[in-house]
Design a protein. Structure first.
Length: 161
């Protein structure tokens, strides 16, 4: 695998589907891909991503984190990642990475840039000799498959052909 190869996973652990089914899919990816970054709407509360409490849904996700030695990039002191229209907030979104790329992830932040119930999470990942800022834009409980990335235009044009 090339040194600057990172698999980006957008995961929505849908509330009405058993968490174990979602975790099995993530496990399948993590067994095959050693350089992985996951942006997940876990729909679960865990102290690992700075929720005030824990619930059953998070315990299954925490087991996946332990099994694969994943790093949780959520930082304390940030805004909560989820904000309901009634003003209640929580942290149900987690940014995870494999140990191989953990040192490459920088600047994890939550920003209030949208009217969605999920706030925007930004980070940078160091690939090769430059930093490539990434933005996971979350809307209505889903992390869309759109990732915004600013990189070397010459190198990126080759990948688009």
């Amino acid at each position: 695998m090339p040194r600057d190869h990172v698999v980006l996973v957008s995961a929505y652990l849908e509330y009405n589907i058993p968490t174990m089914l979602h975790v099995k899919r993530l496990n399948h990816i993590l067994v095959k891909e050693k350089r992985t970054l996951i942006g997940a709407d876990t729909n679960g509360h865990s102290k690992l991503w700075h929720s005030l409490s824990r619930n059953r849904r998070c315990r299954i996700t925490e087991e996946l984190i332990d099994r694969h030695g994943l790093q949780v990039h959520n930082l304390p002191g940030q805004m909560n990642t989820f904000c309901r229209s009634d003003g209640r907030t929580s942290n149900i979104d987690a940014t995870l990475s494999t140990a191989d790329i953990e040192p490459l992830v920088r600047g994890w932040q939550v920003k209030d840039l949208t009217d969605s119930d999920h706030r925007v999470i930004t980070l940078a990942i160091l690939l090769g000799d430059h930093e490539a800022p990434l933005t996971f834009k979350q809307r209505r409980g889903i992390i869309p498959n759109q990732l915004i990335r600013r990189c070397s235009p010459r190198r990126d044009r080759q990948h688009l052909r």
